[in-house]
Design a protein around this ligand. Structure first.
Ligand code: AMP
Ligand code: ZN
Length: 462
């Protein structure tokens, strides 16, 4: 089946054709690790996970890089404020990020490059741009990219050429700015002890550090090659970040950087973008503390089409919990179906068609829920037998390769409780039943029941 993607650059849905047959080279802009990521960030990462899993579902192998921005204005500011090294500062948030990915059941990707490990590659790119006279040294000692030297500058964000004329004589050293201030952007920031403390790298242009945009260009080409299939981020990355990535990479390597650009719409709160600067954010941890599970948050984030804004409310999260419960109840009913009858029509072709149409997950879910409603009614009438039920369960397992919310991995048991369980197993082997009962009671106090299964004892939450 053809897979159609909405390409931000052309603004139309295009049929996906990979550079190498059967392989998708995918680059996704990752977090700046100066704080805990909020669930707005995770909306984008959950979408990227759905996209990756959809490619896999349709038989592609995916080679993906998600970078970690571990040097920029914000990380430097944070490290200096706490009087610790940049590495000590960012490692806390890096660890938290990976824990959050796991809670949200996001598949691990092939590469998680950290910007500070690719400074050499960034310097090589900047040297090339300087030698082509596309980049130049400003009066402040920093190196800038001259946007007038790259004729198709603005093509991703469809910038007005008129606006560009105005901006071309200006320079911007900040990493983030809006379209109205489109201008020459920084590739290498000259060291400023007041701002940067003792954080700098040596380079042929003097002490300093890379601009944010060159980080992604260098990591993408180092890991995936000079032309990649798909590049994704949130819509706020279109300008300036991705526009600048195109300019740097194409000017440097002389070939197309990205074939398909995809951008996820924002998660909103009270109809404003969820963001650190507005202070209107929830971290995943805030929601876990309120008693929601990672899977409930995942479901809430994935159920809306990625090109539609999603307004976050706790009621919306409760509705996601309810939908997931329906899915899990359905699995339970199928596992226990004992009626007689013929298999209901499959939902899979329609589900696949929606997915292949620019990852239309909301369409795909509506097909699934219609099927659940119809099948539940057949189960009520005793018309679904074990064979049909097991066929449907196998279809659900297939679609859950994309959704990742139906068949949940068993929750991890804390190691000290696992140890208690093993002690109980040993005590029973030694016929020391008093000791075994003591272990059982201790586990009960911690909220766990022991389940004896054919493959041995395991713990289950009460
Ligand atoms: P940042 O750490 O700000 O660079 O953001 C990391 C990723 O999260 C980028 O791809 C952003 O576009 C995305 N992002 C930031 N805020 C939101 C939001 N409210 N909704 C969806 N994605 C977001
Ligand atoms: Zn990036």
């Amino acid at each position: 089946m053809d897979l159609k993607l909405f390409n931000t650059e052309t603004r139309v849905k295009e049929i996906f054709k990979p550079i190498s047959p059967g392989l998708v080279k995918l680059y996704t802009c990752g977090p700046t690790i100066y704080n805990f990521a909020h669930i707005g960030n995770f909306r984008t990462y959950v979408f990227e996970d759905i996209l990756r899993r959809t490619f896999e579902f349709f038989g592609y192998k995916v080679e993906q890089a998600m970078n970690l921005t571990d040097v920029d204005d914000k990380t430097i500011r944070g490290a200096l404020a706490q009087h610790i090294s940049l590495d000590d500062f960012t490692k806390v948030y890096k660890k938290a990020f990976f824990e959050d990915l796991k809670s949200l059941h996001i598949e691990p990707v092939e590469y998680y490059p950290e910007a500070t490990h690719y400074i050499k590659q960034m310097i090589v790119m900047i040297e090339e741009l300087v030698s082509q006279e596309i980049a130049y040294k400003g009066q402040d000692g920093s190196i800038y990219f001259s946007i007038t030297k790259f004729p198709s500058y603005g093509r991703l964000s469809h910038l007005d050429k008129q606006d560009l004329q105005v901006g071309a004589s200006e320079r911007v050293a900040a990493d983030e700015y809006d379209k109205e201030s489109a201008s020459d952007f920084v590739l290498w920031k000259a060291f400023d002890p007041e701002r940067d403390g003792d954080i700098y790298w040596e380079s042929p242009f003097g002490k300093g550090r890379p601009g944010w945009h060159i980080e992604c260009s260098a990591m993408a080409s180092a890991l995936l090659g000079n032309t990649i299939d798909v590049h994704v981020g949130g819509v706020d990355n279109i300008f300036p970040h991705h526009e600048n990535e195109i300019a740097q990479s194409e000017a440097c390597f002389g070939c197309q950087f990205v074939k398909y650009w995809l951008h996820a719409e924002h998660l909103l709160v009270d109809h404003k973008k969820m963001s650190k600067s507005l202070g209107n954010f929830y971290t995943l941890r805030d929601l876990l503390d309120k008693g929601y599970t990672g899977h409930e948050v995942r479901y809430m984030l994935l159920q809306t089409h990625y090109r539609t804004q999603l307004n976050f409310t706790l009621q919306g999260l409760d509705a996601a919990r309810f939908s997931l419960q329906r899915l899990h109840d359905f699995v339970f009913r199928l596992e226990n179906a004992s009626g007689q009858g013929t298999a209901p029509a499959s939902f899979l072709p329609a589900f696949e068609e929606y997915l292949a149409d620019d990852f239309n997950i909301s369409g795909a879910l509506s097909v699934l829920f219609d099927f659940i409603r119809d099948t539940n009614s057949l189960i009520d009438q005793g018309k679904v037998g074990p064979n049909e039920a097991s066929h449907i369960l196998s279809l659900l397992k297939k679609v859950d390769k994309v959704l990742g919310v139906i068949f949940l991995p068993p929750p991890e048991v804390p190691p000290h409780l696992e140890e208690l369980l093993q002690k109980r197993v040993q005590a029973r082997k030694e016929k020391n039943f008093a000791e075994a009962d003591k272990m059982r009671d201790a586990l009960l106090l911690e909220g766990y029941l022991i389940e004896d299964t054919p493959t041995g004892a395991r713990l289950k939450k009460k």
